[in-house]
Design a protein around this ligand. Structure first.
Ligand SMILES: Nc1ncnc2c1ncn2[C@@H]1O[C@H](COP(=O)(O)OP(=O)(O)OP(=O)(O)O)[C@@H](O)[C@H]1O
Ligand SMILES: [Mg+2]
Length: 278
């Protein structure tokens, strides 16, 4: 069953100088529940705009978006606030996306307060601790501020904040591109395990073709706001007949092995090597 259904989505921005840019231009696609749609394309092709439109962090000009069968463009402010808990996003720059004045506890608790999931503070706190554990952070992080964490730990907090409300759909907008290679591998492995354990649906925006190949069953190629093609990862990444896709793949870096064989030594000693049991 499709959990995301997008039809004829369109979004323009006014560029400096008054020029109008179609950042997302007539895009349609669907995503089956529990799978991952990868979105690749060069810088400025509209990937982040599409990810934000999906969760109504931007308002579309026209088109329809059904998430879990709900027409999210039609929701009023109160309904949208209530539904947000089911649809979350992880951003590229963890530090910029975390409020530096709040403790990790407050950052991860906030979505629960907005969603009014639990009546009591102690239930919320318990959920915060459990979710941090799921992303490999122990309770000793609760009272720290984002600035006292490594980049990888900050992104684990970003992921915990997205998962604490038990969403069904998560948009991952280049979640590891600001991180070192070894940390990137352990975060990707964790995201993959979380997807399996929680049955999550991912929209995974990435420049890294090899990661998308491992992670996603379906892949869409974006260029100047349009979907050039969408299909199975194998068809798009190995057998594409589209000249633009062929050019994009040829320009990509040689594949990096994104899940190293066996348990690599994690450079961050506070993160246990295996964070989730399936
Ligand atoms: N808030 C905004 N105001 C004006 N123009 C915007 C805004 N956000 C995006 N754009 C423009 O829309 C187009 C698509 O941008 P977007 O950030 O979605 O691309 P992207 O594929 O995510 O790029 P990158 O790979 O660099 O992250 C670009 O031309 C960008 O300049
Ligand atoms: Mg982007």
């Amino acid at each position: 069953m499709a959990i995301i259904e997008v039809k004829d989505l369109f979004k323009t921005f006014q560029a400096p100088g008054g020029r109008v840019v179609a950042a997302v231009d007539n895009v349609s696609f669907s995503v089956e529940a529990g799978t991952c749609l990868g979105i690749i394309g060069e810088s400025g092709s509209g990937k982040s705009t599409l990810g934000r439109l999906l969760l109504r962090l931007h308002e579309a000009d026209s088109g329809s978006i059904l998430l879990d069968g709900q027409d999210i463009r039609a929701l009023g402010a109160a309904a949208l606030r209530k539904q947000r808990q089911h649809w979350q996003i992880v951003f590229q720059e963890p530090f910029a996306s975390l409020n530096p004045r709040l403790s990790i506890r407050q950052i991860v608790e906030e979505p629960l307060i907005v969603a009014r999931t639990f009546k009591s503070r102690s239930e919320r706190q318990e959920k915060v601790v459990r979710t941090l554990e799921e992303v490999g952070l122990s309770a000793e992080f609760l009272d720290r501020r984002p600035a006292n964490l490594s980049g990888g730990q900050q992104q684990r907090v970003g992921i915990a904040r997205a998962l604490v409300t038990d969403p069904t759909i998560v948009v991952l907008d280049e979640p590891t591109s600001s991180l070192d290679l070894t940390i990137r591998a352990s975060i990707l492995r964790m995201l993959s395990e979380l997807q399996r354990a929680r049955g999550l649906t991912y929209v995974f925006i990435s420049h890294d073709i090899d990661t998308v190949r491992h992670f996603c069953s379906q892949v869409a190629v974006m260029h100047r706001g349009r979907f050039i093609e969408v299909g199975t990862a194998h068809d798009v990444l190995n057998d594409s007949r589209e000249p633009y896709t062929q050019k994009l793949l040829a320009a990509a870096m040689p594949p990096l092995s994104y899940i190293p064989p066996g348990d690599v030594a994690d450079p961050d000693p506070l993160i246990p090597p295996k964070v989730v049991t399936a």
